[in-house]
Design a protein around this ligand. Structure first.
Ligand SMILES: *Cc1c(COP(=O)(O)O)cnc(C)c1O
Length: 432
């Protein structure tokens, strides 16, 4: 078990979280290596080990550090990057180029150039403009580049609007309109330095319902058939994106991977058999589900403020700067006092951050044992889109990250120092 309690202390993958907070300071991100590996194994068992000709690409934007990418590499997964910075991190982690795919709705010339020079396996093209740009760069570099088109499947995922991406009115993907889509496909087929492989979609995130994936897959498969009929061209690859939901609160439903993947693959196989198509390679891109529940964050409780008859606030030494999800899309979390992990609840407390924003509330009205200054608050399921969205707002430092495994701990990202925070700033005294 990743989570346990010893001497009233929360243990994470065998490590005492109170001791970790003392050793490394807070705010601190703590990731269970065993938990990440277990997720990788679960998804491989439900997908790559079950169906031939499939790949899993970890969407690194969920949590991208050298140590994480090394772990993903070791587990045999591929990698999805969405920026030059994420690609640079992958290169720093020595991630094999062929196993990297590059997504994004506005890749720059510099980013595409870096991708071609490193030799990334796939570029997921998001629009007509990008095809022209890519052909030009590939020609200059004398390279062949494999691409997929990200399409907007025009399905509405059952999730928060802010993390829904497949609807027609979206900045992501190529619309299915006849006069936009087909010239784009034909252009990719004809471009001498481009090898058009197929289509990509990503319908949204934190999904507990497979309907959007299935509807989008049907649209992608129809396109495969249409490309064969209209362009006499065989699509070789389809990417069905990520979006598999995780458990933040005990009341959240976390579906097993098979809930999404089994019907998706059945639909795909049945369609291909019915239309005498060779089944394309199927790729998925999970981010959140690989890493969310493996990560917790630790904060120290500071100021406590009681408003009689209204609410009790306990403030932590971080907040929206290390986890913006509550402020950004009303994400809900639960947690406990890591140093009083099995003590009975005595009061209801709202855990607030220290940033100068009223939305900087981590959890509202949480039942906890008596809260005191100096207690360590542990938030669960912060592994995805927490550290990776951290900011220096209010000039708070980006936290440190520790990996833990079977009672051992290793620092994988140092805490940012004040000095590092301002290292790129220059004096303007001669100018002002
Ligand atoms: C964010 C994203 C993913 C991963 O989504 P999760 O919900 O974290 O699984 C996959 N593919 C693309 C293109 C994305 O933008």
């Amino acid at each position: 078990m990743t989570k346990s309690v010893q001497n009233h202390h929360l243990m994470w993958d065998g490590c005492d979280t109170v001791a970790l907070a003392k050793k490394y300071g807070t705010p601190l991100y703590v990731f269970s290596v065993n938990e990440i590996v277990k997720e990788c194994q679960n998804i491989k068992a439900a997908f790559t080990e079950k169906y031939p000709n499939t790949r899993i690409a970890y969407a690194s934007k969920a949590f991208s550090t050298i140590a994480m990418l090394q772990l993903i590499e070791k587990e045999g997964l591929c990698l999805d990057v969405v920026s030059g910075g994420e690609l640079y991190t992958a290169i720093a982690a020595n991630f094999p180029a062929e196993r990297i795919e590059f997504n994004g709705n506005n890749k720059s010339i510099e980013e595409l150039t870096l991708a071609l020079e490193y030799g990334v396996g796939r570029i997921i093209v998001d629009g007509l403009q990008e095809i022209d740009l890519l052909q030009k760069i590939a020609q200059e570099k004398n390279k062949q580049v494999k691409i997929l088109f990200r399409i907007t499947p025009e399905v509405k995922a059952a999730t928060h609007d802010f993390i829904s991406t497949g609807q027609k009115d979206s900045k992501f993907g190529i619309p299915l309109d006849e006069e936009i889509l087909w010239p784009t496909i034909q252009k990719a087929i004809d471009a001498p330095n481009i090898h058009f492989l197929g289509f990509h979609f990503h319908v949204g995130s934190q999904l507990a319902d497979n309907a959007a994936h299935l509807a989008a897959a049907k649209i992608a498969l129809d396109l495969v058939l249409a490309v064969k009929e209209r362009c006499h061209y065989e699509v070789q690859e389809l990417n069905y994106g990520g979006g598999f939901g995780v458990k933040y609160l005990p009341s959240d439903l976390r579906q097993p991977y098979s809930y999404f993947l089994t019907p998706l693959m059945e639909l795909t196989e049945a369609f291909c058999t019915a239309h005498q198509l060779t089944r394309p390679t199927i790729v998925i891109e999970p981010g959140r589900s690989i890493v969310a529940e493996a990560g917790i964050s630790l904060h120290t409780i500071g100021a406590i403020k009681e408003l009689p008859g209204i609410r009790k606030y306990a403030s932590i030494d971080g907040g929206m700067t290390d986890n913006i999800r509550p402020g950004l899309y009303q994400a809900k979390y639960t947690g406990l006092l890591a140093n009083k992990a099995d003590l009975p609840n005595e009061e209801v407390v709202t855990i607030s951050g220290k940033a100068c924003e009223s939305t900087d509330i981590l959890t509202k009205d949480l039942a906890l044992p008596k809260v005191q200054t100096g207690d360590i608050f542990a938030t669960f399921s912060t592994g995805a889109y927490g550290y990776s969205m951290a900011s220096n707002y209010n000039k708070l430092a980006i936290p440190a990250v520790v990996f833990v495994k079977d009672g051992q701990d290793a620092l994988v990202v140092k805490r940012q120092s004040y000095e590092q925070m301002i290292q790129n700033e220059c004096s303007a005294l001669a100018f002002i």
